[in-house]
Design a protein around this ligand. Structure first.
Ligand SMILES: [Zn+2]
Length: 398
């Protein structure tokens, strides 16, 4: 497979430093984003884990999730059950977790966003004492307003005063964390005796099976790529035993599917670090990389042709735009405006433009402007929104 190198970030599961490069990713980020604009996606030859060899440290990521959170704006974020697909996903998770919940249990969701999972759990059978921690101030404020106990904080700096808990939830959190062993240790300090930990992440062993834009699963935020085996291994290396596991498929808008895996872990100092044969995962991710490269090449000519010699408005400043601006013909396009629905993104500088709300940014455009829609799962919906704002504006979905 790829070329070997010495990692800047040793394998976060087994600490191996010699790794194999699977792909190099480049991102165009909004001005002042405290994350690196490129990293190598690497595979560990020892345990088989695949991760981003990022130069960013935990403090950079912590600052990013506090200041640049895309989980705050209820209109655009996931995690708050504020749209149908997200509500269904959280409802299903709550239903599966029910067997692990007893009345009056203290349940803590770390990285709770707008608290959709806590609310779904609270609506089900047993009454629980629910609380959440999130780095984004607006999420914490919203939860408190809705009557939950909520604290600002993140895994590397958990609040001191939030007690211990019988069930701790890390749902779509660990794929964002630089220091995984440190995170699991911190969680353990918040766990009551006989407590359990629920971990859910994307399932990297199924990336290659889904029909999503090329490299969709690789972005500046997701720096660890787990499957059930690597999560179990991470647990075992840090003295946690896996006692339950579920493979899930999250339904996204427009029939897109998002593979995920969930595990219940319980502290167990005798949990032996079983050697992981992770070659299967590395090969599946390598296949996904090859497929993504092919798809990108196939799409290049039509995008180059579409943006040639005309002004372009970019709708979307999220991870798809961040990738396309660095590694597609969009890099050469003359971008005259950038719009995004996420109110947290509005006002930031991206592609030399200040991100504006669509209603503002799509007005008074030069003749012959094209709207390029960089959104992985709801591009069709956006095309309709563009038409509502100005029906003469042509759109292109890369
Ligand atoms: Zn490793």
């Amino acid at each position: 497979m790829g070329i070997e190198k010495t990692a800047m970030r040793p394998c976060p599961i087994c600490n191996e430093t010699r790794v194999e490069i699977l792909h190099r990713l480049h991102f165009h980020l909004a001005r002042n984003t405290p994350l690196p604009e490129a990293y190598d996606l690497v595979g560990c030859p020892h345990c088989g884990f695949v991760y981003a060899d990022t130069t960013g440290n935990q403090a950079d990521y912590d600052r990013y999730y506090t200041e640049f959170s895309r989980y705050e704006d209820a209109a655009t974020a996931s995690g708050g059950a504020d749209n149908e697909a997200d509500a269904r996903r959280l409802e299903e998770t709550a239903r599966w977790l029910e067997k692990h919940i007893a009345p009056e249990m203290r349940v803590m969701d770390i990285g709770c966003g707008n608290g959709g999972l806590l609310k779904a759990l609270s609506r089900r059978g047993a009454p629980i004492r629910a609380s959440g921690i999130d780095p984004a101030p607006r999420c914490v404020r919203r939860l408190i307003d809705e009557g939950f106990a909520a604290h600002p904080g993140h895994l590397a700096h958990l609040p001191e005063n939030c007690g211990t808990h019988d069930l701790i939830i890390l749902s779509h959190v660990l794929e964002h964390v630089v220091n995984l062993s440190g995170a699991l240790l911190a969680v353990r300090r918040l766990l009551a005796p006989h407590g359990k930990l629920y971990v859910e992440t994307p399932d990297a062993s199924r990336y290659h099976l889904e029909n999503l834009p090329p490299f969709y699963f690789f972005d500046p935020e997701h720096i660890n790529h787990f499957d059930a085996a690597s999560l179990k291994c991470l647990g075992a290396k840090n003295a946690w035993r896996t006692t339950d596991c579920i493979e899930k498929t999250i339904l996204l808008p427009n029939d897109r599917r998002y593979p995920a895996v969930g595990l219940i872990l319980e502290p167990d100092d005798s949990a032996s670090a079983h050697e992981l044969d992770g070659t299967a995962l590395k090969e599946k991710i390598a296949a996904y990389v090859a497929l993504s490269r092919q798809k990108s090449r196939d799409a290049e000519a039509s995008l180059a042709n579409a943006v040639l010699n005309r002004p372009v408005v970019l709708w979307g400043a999220g991870s798809q735009a961040q990738r396309l601006l660095e590694s597609s013909p969009l890099k050469q396009a003359r971008i005259v405006a950038v719009v995004d629905r996420d109110s947290n993104k509005q006002g930031q500088f991206f592609a030399h433009c200040m991100i504006q709300p669509p209603e503002k940014g799509l007005r008074h455009l030069p003749e012959n402007t094209l709207v390029v829609i960089a959104a992985a799962t709801h591009a069709e919906t956006i095309r309709n929104e563009v038409a509502t704002i100005d029906e003469r504006l042509p759109c292109f979905i890369p």
